[in-house]
Design a protein around this ligand. Structure first.
Ligand SMILES: [Zn+2]
Length: 164
């Protein structure tokens, strides 16, 4: 049976889904929404990625991980192309991945619901106890794409994945 281009790119997508996000290991880079396209032609593979935000230090790591992982799986000719437009948005993170974030202790991104909210939104609830009483402690959490909150009920600090 001849392997069609379609099957090849499906295999590549599956391989990419095995690569964890360097900052949040419970979700993979496909779930993070940074992989935009996979092009397979003859022996070469091109993976098109869009950075989560410009200057994100994890992007170089993601690019290296893609090349290394696909080479280990036998793809000799791997090219990673970065496309900046359309810009990445947290809307590209699917529901299942948002659940994984929450289980990991990170409040998933929420769209701002009022003009009073900052553009980055705010957590709906504490990922630990589910309380809606949360307080912003710092605009920057463990990484610049998250902010640090504390729950006023269980007193636990947690990261909020900024809406973007
Ligand atoms: Zn709490």
């Amino acid at each position: 049976m001849a392997i069609t281009k379609e099957i090849d790119s499906k295999i590549i997508w599956d391989l990419l889904a095995a690569i964890p996000d360097p900052e949040i290991p419970v979700i993979n880079i496909v779930e993070l929404g940074v992989v935009r396209n996979v092009k397979v032609a003859n022996e070469s593979v091109e993976v098109v990625i869009t950075p989560t935000y410009s200057g994100c230090p994890a992007m170089q790591m993601i690019e290296d991980d893609i090349k290394e992982h696909l080479k280990l799986k036998g793809c000799q000719n791997v090219k990673v192309t970065t496309v900046l437009s359309p810009a990445w948005t947290t809307d590209w993170i699917p529901e299942e991945a948002r659940e994984k974030l929450k289980e990991y202790g990170i409040a998933p991104p929420e769209k701002p619901t009022s003009d009073f909210d900052a553009l980055i939104g705010k957590p709906k609830e504490c990922p630990q106890c589910g309380s809606s009483k949360t307080e912003l402690k710092s605009q920057f959490g463990s990484t610049p794409c998250k902010s640090l909150y504390v729950c006023t009920d269980c007193k636990e600090p947690f990261d909020y994945f900024k809406c973007h």
